[in-house]
Every structure is written in C-alpha cells, then in structure tokens.
Design a protein around this ligand. Structure first.
Ligand code: FAQ
Length: 308
C-alpha cells in the first residue's frame, strides 16, 4: 500500500479488505444493473429513432458495466448468483439515485448530465483504487460514462433551444434530480462509517464530501451554459475557499431511500426479481450447453464442467 502497488486476486489481503471490496464492487454492479430501469422505461417512448438508438446503446452499456463489475467481484471469491440473490433479498444495497421516477424525456438528459456526471466524479479516482481488477474495470467504465454524460448534455441543450414547454421540462427535471445527485456521493464524512478505513486502504482516494464539492464546482458553469437554475438558494461562489458554497441535501431522505423506503424501491426490486426468474431457463440452458460442448471437445480444454 505504502508503495502504491496494486493488490491482485492471488495476493494475501486482510479479511476486512476483501469484505469491503466485495461490498463496494457488488453495490456498484447492482447499481449499474438496476440503473438500467429508470432510463430503460423511455426506450419505447423516445421522441425520434435517433434518440431511441442512442438510449438503447446507453442502457446496454450499463449492462456491460454491471458484467465487468460482477467479474471483478468474482476475482475475490464472490459468486455472482449469490450476489444477485442478496440484492433481490434486500441484503445488499444499490445506489439511492435509481429509486426516483423518470417523469419525462428530459429526465433521460438530466440522468446523463447529472447522474453520469456524478458517477464520473466518483469513479475517475477509483481508476487508482488499490484493488487491481476494480481499478482496471473503472478505466473502461469511465470512458463510457463520459460519453453518456455528453449525450445527456447534448440532449438537454437541444431541448433548451426548443419550445418554452421543452425548456420547462428540462428545468423541472433538474429541480427533481439535483438533490438526489448530491446524495449519490454518500453521507457527509462525519457520518460515513467506512470512509476512514477505505481511505487508509486506498480503496477510496477522496472522501464523500470532497467529491461532492468537486461535482458542484464542475456542474455550476455547465448549468449556466445550459441556461437552467440549480434549485439551491445557498449556492454561491466563495472567493476565499476557491469553491462554491452550497446547501445540504435532506440526509434523512437519503437514509430512508437507502433503507428501502424511496419512491421507487419496491418497483425496482420487483422488476429485478422478475427478470431473474424469467432468465433462469436461459442460464440453465447455457450451463448445460457449456457442459455438452466441453465434453465434446474432450479433456483438458478448459470447459465449464464443474460449474454446471
Ligand atoms: N446509495 O460509509 P459510507 C452509476 C451506503 S453507478 C446507496 O460513506 P462507502 C452509473 C454505503 O454503501 C452509481 N447506499 O460508504 C450509472 C454504506 O453501506 P453499508 C453507483 C449508499 O462505501 C449512471 C453506508 O451507506 N456508484 O451511477 C449511498 O465508503 C446512470 C455508509 O456510507 C458506486 O457504487 C448511496 N448513494 O461510500 C448507471 C461507486 N451512499 O454497506 C445508470 C462506488 C452510501 O456500510 C445510469 N462506490 N451508501 O451498510 C463508492 O464510491 C462508495 O461505495 C460510496 C459510499 C461513495 C457510494
């Protein structure tokens, strides 16, 4: 750690380090998969074929991110099926942000701009996280998230150059997503039980509050360029600090949403549970096929026999 070397799967590591990594990577993977739902609901209702194709590609990227991350968790000895079960049973978390409804197509743009923007702020430092497979997965994920953020911004810019009603839709979406986006960075440092240890283990490179501040500083000029107002009367530039001052989100709301009582928690998990049940036959068919092909190819070909 002191030499800033990466920890790799076969290295010795404290049990607590392994547990923390599995917790964070699994929560991150679940977020990507559940995160397909709020935007996915708009694929059939996209206003043009171009927007439909873009949204379809973005949602598919999120599935890919989930897969890299589950694979990274598996290098620590976790089992993907078991992680999914824990998610569905409410024993593992996913990001609070995906428990809010998407009310109009402007929400798709705002998710790209603010939610992917917050995800990038949080994840770019994770490219230097101490666990090798996680850090390497982050590099590719961040490249794709950056593309997602730009498509969201471009969509909003187009709407802001449209009709007064379209501008209203954008402002309404910004008003609804601003505070939940700030909550994505986690509780304030003083109430974050994991930050100190995760910083010492170089899993996290910055605290929750540091990254939240970075996000606010990055987003304010973008909001001005778009022509939208961020719904925070306390938001102003502080010359002395060289940063923006801003108000605090409703931390009780974050606690409620994390503990399962957000506006869309039940629906998100029900849908994930149904998808898991509906896909069971595909998984068992794929496993049976893998066994058959590895037997046909003969011994020593690296088949999946043991995993069926
Ligand atoms: N939501 O002590 P801390 C995306 C939990 S991906 C839910 O500060 P930590 C892409 C936390 O787990 C978004 N739970 O914890 C996309 C802990 O629970 P536990 C996901 C939260 O781990 C875009 C407890 O509260 N990104 O958006 C939240 O040191 C668009 C105490 O908190 C990641 O997962 C929350 N907001 O710091 C997809 C990034 N905040 O297990 C589709 C990786 C905290 O102790 C569309 N993760 N909790 O009971 C991280 O960087 C960290 O895990 C934090 C939390 C910063 C999220």
């Amino acid at each position: 750690m002191a030499r800033d070397q990466r920890i790799e799967p076969a290295d010795e590591m404290p049990d607590g380090y392994r547990r923390t990594m599995v917790r964070q990577i699994a929560q991150h993977a679940h977020s990507e998969i559940i995160g397909m739902q709020p935007e996915g609901e708009w694929i059939t209702r996209a206003p043009t074929l171009r927007r439909k194709a873009i949204l379809l590609a973005k949602v598919q990227d999120e599935a890919g991110h989930g897969l890299y991350l589950y694979s990274a968790a598996e290098t620590l000895g976790a089992d993907r099926g078991d992680l999914t079960r824990r998610l569905i049973d409410g024993k593992q978390k996913y990001s609070s942000i995906f428990n809010y409804p998407t009310r109009s197509f402007a929400d798709v743009g705002v998710i790209g701009w603010l939610v992917d923007g917050a995800a990038i702020c949080n994840q770019v430092p994770l490219c230097r996280s101490s666990y090798g497979p996680y850090a390497r997965a982050m590099i590719r994920i961040c490249k794709e998230e950056s593309f997602h953020q730009r498509q969201g911004y471009e969509l909003l810019m187009t709407m802001m150059h449209g009709t007064p009603r379209q501008r209203e839709m954008v402002q309404d979406a910004v008003d609804r997503w601003w505070w939940p986006s700030l909550m994505m960075f986690g509780p304030p440092d003083a109430q974050s039980p994991n930050t100190a240890q995760s910083m010492a283990w170089k899993i996290k490179r910055h605290t929750n509050d540091e990254l939240r501040q970075r996000f606010v500083d990055m987003t304010v000029p973008q909001a001005a360029a778009l022509g939208v107002t961020l719904p925070d009367p306390a938001l102003r530039w502080n010359e002395e600090r060289g940063h923006h001052d801003f108000g605090q989100p409703d931390w009780d709301e974050l606690k409620r949403v994390i503990s399962g009582d957000g506006p869309m928690n039940r629906r998100r998990l029900d849908r994930r549970r149904r998808a898991d049940e509906d896909g069971a036959w595909v998984r068992s068919a794929a496993a049976a096929h893998a066994v058959r092909t590895s037997r046909a190819a003969g011994p020593g070909t690296g088949g999946l026999d043991g995993e069926a």
